[in-house]
Design a protein around this ligand. Structure first.
Ligand code: FES
Ligand code: CO
Length: 363
């Protein structure tokens, strides 16, 4: 991915550990080869290019009819942002000197030299893009899997409400781990998702498989599990399907409430969470569901942004864990297995090599 380095800040040469760390970040195939949400598709209007950012890469999204394009947000002439340009006749026109790019990313017109055919090298960097669940998903590399499944999406018994997006000045894995954590409910979401006089959690199991993590039968009391104001004993099942995508289903005596949560790694310490609530009942207007989820997430944001280290430690010795943290423990172990480096903290180890002691990063 040498081309990615075009946009990156130069490392400080006096800081060798910084250089080692950057080298890992530039080469995180797990996230580079995965799909990430970058926009809510209905927000992307014909004729209006939109700048987004993913894995420290600036991307321009633009729509031509039903087709959505995701390119590096950079004109190859003088590096101007293409997202400042305009869309005309299925082409994207650079705002600076009017170079005109067709839907394949090929420049087809130099306005200063109308008779000159642009060479093949005059083309934008084009990324893979798909529209699914009304979201625009982009993969910067070679996708190894399809977009993760949202089990309730095609189930008509579930009513879906799009909530967010929510920005966290925090790493993606920190945001996901907070989504998986039920023992904070009585304290961070007191009166809604938890009650400080009933903070106990049962002993539950969390399993790791090659496909991810699943934690079942987590029982807790909630004063207001769905924004309707009625308390209930609920049982959660959490499934983590990708390093930055997870969902839960919670059940009380009858109704089921699910939430799908996928995080865009904008940068190592900057993330955007995209969510859907899915319910097999309709109790309150969509706007009220959104207000409720906004309030809950804004309670989480300052907590997650305060966590140190900012990058999620995959060394299990780095923080203390309780039995009720089994989901988080399984998540960290699984991230270590899949080899996630972006947004995670590694341990600096010293080993005796030939000559001086060598330093290397270990998870
Ligand atoms: Fe885009 Fe010159 S910088 S046309
Ligand atoms: Co929370």
């Amino acid at each position: 991915m040498g081309c990615l380095q075009l946009h990156r800040k130069q490392p400080m040469l006096h800081d060798k550990s910084y250089i080692i760390r950057r080298a890992y970040m530039l080469n995180d195939p797990v996230l580079l080869n995965d799909w990430h949400v970058v926009a809510y598709a209905p927000d992307l209007q014909e004729g209006k290019p939109v700048p987004v950012r993913l894995l420290e890469e600036d991307i321009v999204l633009w729509r031509a009819g039903d087709t959505i394009h995701a390119w590096r947000d950079l004109c190859v002439h003088r590096g101007t942002r293409l997202s400042l340009g305009k869309v005309e006749n299925q082409t994207l026109i650079c705002p600076y000197h009017g170079w005109t790019y067709n839907e394949e990313g090929q420049c087809i017109r130099f306005p200063a030299h109308p008779a000159q055919k642009p060479p093949i090298t005059a083309r934008a960097k084009v990324y893979r893009v798909q529209e699914k669940y009304d979201w625009v998903w982009v993969c910067l590399g070679e996708p190894t899997q399809d977009i993760p499944t949202f089990p309730q999406w095609d189930d008509p018994s579930f009513y879906k409400v799009h909530c967010g997006p929510y920005h966290f000045n925090a790493s993606g894995p920190r945001a996901i781990e907070n989504f998986l954590d039920v023992t904070h409910f009585p304290f961070v979401h007191q009166g809604y998702l938890g009650d400080p006089s009933h903070p106990e959690v049962n002993d539950y199991e969390a399993e790791i498989s090659p496909e991810g993590v699943i934690a079942r039968d987590i029982n807790i009391w909630q004063p207001d599990p769905d924004g309707s104001g009625h308390g209930a004993n609920v049982t959660y099942t959490y499934t983590v399907v990708r390093p930055l995508t997870a969902y839960f289903v919670k059940e009380s005596a009858g109704p089921k409430f699910a939430m799908y949560f996928t995080v865009t790694p904008v940068a190592e310490r900057s993330s955007i969470a995209w969510t859907y609530v899915a319910k097999d009942y309709e109790n309150i207007p969509d706007e009220e569901t959104r207000r409720f989820e906004d309030m809950i997430t804004w309670q989480d944001v300052p907590i997650v942004e305060s966590q140190r280290p900012e990058l999620l430690p995959l060394d299990l010795q780095a923080e203390l864990h309780l039995r009720s943290d089994r989901t988080a423990i399984a998540y960290r172990k699984w991230l270590r297995e899949v080899g996630l480096t972006f947004g995670t903290a590694w341990k600096l180890v010293y080993e005796q090599g030939r000559g001086p002691i060598n330093r290397r990063w270990a998870r």
